[in-house]
Design a protein around this ligand. Structure first.
Ligand SMILES: NC(=O)c1ccc[n+]([C@@H]2O[C@H](COP(=O)([O-])OP(=O)(O)OC[C@H]3O[C@@H](n4cnc5c(N)ncnc54)[C@H](OP(=O)(O)O)[C@@H]3O)[C@@H](O)[C@H]2O)c1
Length: 216
């Protein structure tokens, strides 16, 4: 099936829940690798996944991304604000521009927080680890309910462990990778979160899937 952008928008419309909705977006190989041989993921899903990636961005109020992904994938600003999550506060310079955000802990290096605050909006909540419930409330205060998290696996693992992921958009790419790439979520804590299939669409030679958290 070939999909135009309007069909992709329809498939991925955010539900109207009146509360923050955390959607994550990933591509993985058939054997579950979250990146290709070159350490990046962009090339895995081909044209259709790239189009889904951009449509998902256009539907979001804010994009949340781990600093590791932002550094490796060469993130820069776009139409939707990007919030980089970091403890060390080694933020790519391209993202230290007005309109962008940084999410960190209240006990992150104070001089770095102060320096970043001269240019970007810094949300520093939680001690030792980011207080995600408070961060989502803070984003909602800005009118941002449609949260798109683009990973990476470390950040995703933490959000899954906290049961804050409402929806996973996963493109399955026609690639076998082997190797030791991480899967799309990892962390110290192992949890099983039940998900319901939202859609599964074969487009060109990838599978576009969307999974919604089954909450009681
Ligand atoms: N398949 C896909 O769709 C997809 C999507 C995204 C990324 N990836 C791939 O995943 C790989 C990167 O994986 P990764 O797990 O290292 O990515 P990551 O989660 O983006 O980066 C980890 C770093 O982000 C910061 N971070 C993440 N969670 C945090 C938290 N809760 N609190 C504070 N800081 C936090 C820390 O940065 P500091 O070190 O600055 O403190 C941490 O070192 C790359 O190869 C990338 O291409 C694949």
């Amino acid at each position: 099936m070939s999909l135009d952008d309007a069909e992709i928008e329809r498939l991925y419309a955010y539900p109207d829940t009146g509360r923050p909705w955390v959607r994550t977006n990933f591509v993985a190989t058939l054997d579950g690798a979250a990146h290709a041989e070159d350490g990046r993921s962009g090339s895995l899903g081909g044209d259709v996944d790239t189009r889904v990636f951009h449509v998902l961005r256009s539907l979001a109020d804010v994009i949340v991304v781990g600093a590791g992904t932002a550094r490796i994938e060469g993130y820069g600003p776009g139409d939707v604000p990007i919030a980089v999550v970091s403890r060390r506060l080694d933020i790519p310079e391209r993202l230290v521009v007005p309109g962008q955000l940084v999410i960190t802990t209240a006990d992150a290096p104070a001089d770095r927080i102060e320096h970043l605050r001269e240019t970007v909006d810094v949300i520093a909540l939680g001690r030792g680890r980011v207080d995600w419930v408070a961060v989502l409330a803070e984003l909602a205060d800005r009118g941002w309910h449609r949260v798109l998290c683009e990973g990476g696996p470390t950040l995703h693992g933490e959000l899954v462990a906290l049961d804050l992921v409402d929806e996973v958009c996963l493109t399955i790419a026609p690639v076998l990778a082997a190797g030791d790439a991480p899967r799309i979520a990892h962390g110290a804590q192992s949890v099983d979160r039940a998900m319901r299939l939202g859609h599964c669409v074969a487009a060109e030679d990838v599978l576009l899937t969307r999974w919604v958290r089954e909450r009681a």
